[in-house]
Design a protein around this ligand. Structure first.
Ligand code: CUA
Length: 157
């Protein structure tokens, strides 16, 4: 009898932990003053980024009162644009793709961390509340210059 009760307690405790972890991963805050809303992926032709209206000219574009879209290209061994400049108090949807090999788009000190695969567009929407400066780094080994592949993300007043 007692053993069964203990087993139940442990089972419930384990379930609570698991649900808690999932909730943390799904709803956890991304970083100081930054909240991720949503992410997804679509496709693009990596050899023709120069003709792609989104990626021919990597940039941050205002699309609403406090809404922006950032088109970011990763390539050996840099990110464009650099720095990526977004206003504080804004909601930014990032579209990130690679011109060559697999990279990552990872903003140091936040949970913004996505693999950047040639042919795919990594998409994520992020809220920036506070001004700040962040380093953008590549976490996927992409060649001899991998460890020097960095950029800047500036959240400005
Ligand atoms: Cu790009 Cu490592």
């Amino acid at each position: 009898m007692n053993i069964h009760t203990y087993e139940k307690v442990w089972l419930i405790a384990a379930l609570v932990l698991i649900v808690g972890f999932i909730a943390t991963v799904t709803y956890g805050s991304v970083g100081l003053g930054i909240a991720m809303i949503d992410d997804s992926e679509e496709t693009v032709e990596p050899g023709e980024l120069g003709e792609d209206e989104r990626f021919a000219d990597p940039r941050v574009e205002q699309v609403g009162e406090n809404e922006y879209e950032a088109y970011v290209v990763a390539q050996t061994f840099m990110f464009s644009p650099d720095p990526i400049e977004v206003p504080a108090g804004s909601e930014v949807t990032f579209y990130v793709t690679s011109r060559d090999v697999i990279h990552s788009f990872s903003v140091a000190g936040t949970n913004i961390n996505t693999m950047v695969i040639p042919g795919e567009v990594a998409t994520m929407t992020v809220e920036f509340d506070e001004p700040g400066e962040y380093g953008v780094v590549c976490n996927e080994y992409c060649g001899s210059g991998h460890h020097n592949m960095e950029g800047q993300l500036h959240v400005v007043e």
